[in-house]
Design a protein around this ligand. Structure first.
Ligand SMILES: [Zn+2]
Length: 100
């Protein structure tokens, strides 16, 4: 089990929130930042239905595409879905969602 430990978690989350709202970044990058905003101690960012799209002002298709690109680029674990954005290397950690 991997536990995410950051020395200044609040600062990192705040900065990731700012970057998730940065429309100069590509959708996949903003989504990757959003995962860090919401990630629990096991690296899972569970999302309510449509939450990622609402927070990023993206359509369902744009979120789907952003997840695929973020997975390919290593910003999200391949197990990530719209219901749970998983930080890289954290797929085998506890989560209520079924990933595989
Ligand atoms: Zn999960």
């Amino acid at each position: 089990m991997t536990t995410i430990v950051l020395s200044s978690t609040v600062t990192v989350r705040a900065q990731m929130r700012v970057q998730s709202e940065n429309v100069d970044l590509e959708h996949w990058h903003r989504l990757g930042c959003l995962a860090w905003v919401h990630a629990d101690q096991h690296g899972h960012a569970r999302m309510a239905t449509g939450q990622a799209g609402r927070e990023l002002c993206l359509s369902v298709n744009q979120v789907t595409d952003a997840i695929a690109v973020a997975r390919r680029r290593g910003w999200l674990d391949p197990a990530s879905t719209a219901r749970c954005l998983v930080l890289p290397g954290c797929a085998n950690n506890p989560c209520e969602e079924q990933h595989r």
